[in-house]
Design a protein around this ligand. Structure first.
Ligand SMILES: CC(C)(COP(=O)(O)OP(=O)(O)OC[C@H]1O[C@@H](n2cnc3c(N)ncnc32)[C@H](O)[C@@H]1OP(=O)(O)O)[C@@H](O)C(=O)NCCC(=O)NCCS
Length: 181
């Protein structure tokens, strides 16, 4: 699915354009994911796990644009990709097709300027247009920044999955969050 193109002024005054990334953005998307995984302990993946080729990433992005149930949105400041978010089915079965799962990342240099909020709000809006009725996510329990952002956007905590992530720092629970859209 291709999302609507929108823009917003971030709190430092820079203009941020939101649009769905296509195959032509493959290199920027891969670079973003690798850098975010290196900058933050809170991604679900390690930088070395992002070993896919540019061609594979381009095919993936093409598939996302063609899919009726999946959507990605990227934030660009002066044509530089600074944030990325996506939604897709939370589960494959028809009984669960009202539920979408959300993922999100912003480059550290742009944290705290509103880009994360802009992405979550746009993903919830687009998700509702796509027919989803609930948005869900799981987040590491000590990722206070992300949890605060999701609560500001209307998500509520609905459970705790113990020992969900194992990092060098130890085991971490996942906070499960959900929002009706
Ligand atoms: C979580 C993340 C996406 C937030 O993006 P962001 O662009 O910084 O988000 P925003 O600027 O919109 O800030 C949103 C909220 O974060 C919270 N926040 C900001 N700084 C904070 C801090 N130091 N401590 C706690 N909460 C904080 C606030 O609630 C803020 O909202 P407000 O400024 O309106 O009060 C970003 O930090 C990130 O990509 N982190 C690494 C990857 C990650 O954790 N992804 C989420 C996995 S589930």
């Amino acid at each position: 699915m291709r999302g609507m193109e929108t823009s917003v002024i971030l709190s430092d005054g820079s203009r941020c354009l939101l649009r769905s990334p296509g195959p032509e953005d493959g290199e920027a998307v891969l670079r973003h994911l690798r850098r975010v995984a290196a900058e933050s302990p809170y991604t679900a993946f390690l930088p070395e796990e992002l070993a896919g080729t540019l061609r594979e990433e381009q095919a993936f992005l093409k598939g996302q644009l063609a899919s009726p149930t999946r959507l990605m949105l990227a934030c660009f400041v002066e044509e530089r990709l600074i944030g990325l978010g996506g939604i897709g089915p939370a589960a494959a079965s028809r009984k669960c097709r009202h539920r979408a799962e959300l993922g999100l990342s912003v480059r550290r240099r742009w944290w705290g300027l509103g880009a994360g909020t802009f992405l979550v709000e746009a993903l919830c809006r687009e998700g509702a247009h796509m027919g989803y009725q609930r948005m869900e996510l799981s987040v590491m329990a000590d990722n206070v920044r992300a949890i605060a952002l999701y609560e500001t956007c209307g998500f509520v905590r609905c459970g705790l999955l113990p020992d969900a992530y194992r990092t060098e720092a130890g085991s971490q629970a996942a906070v499960l969050m959900s929002k009706a859209i």
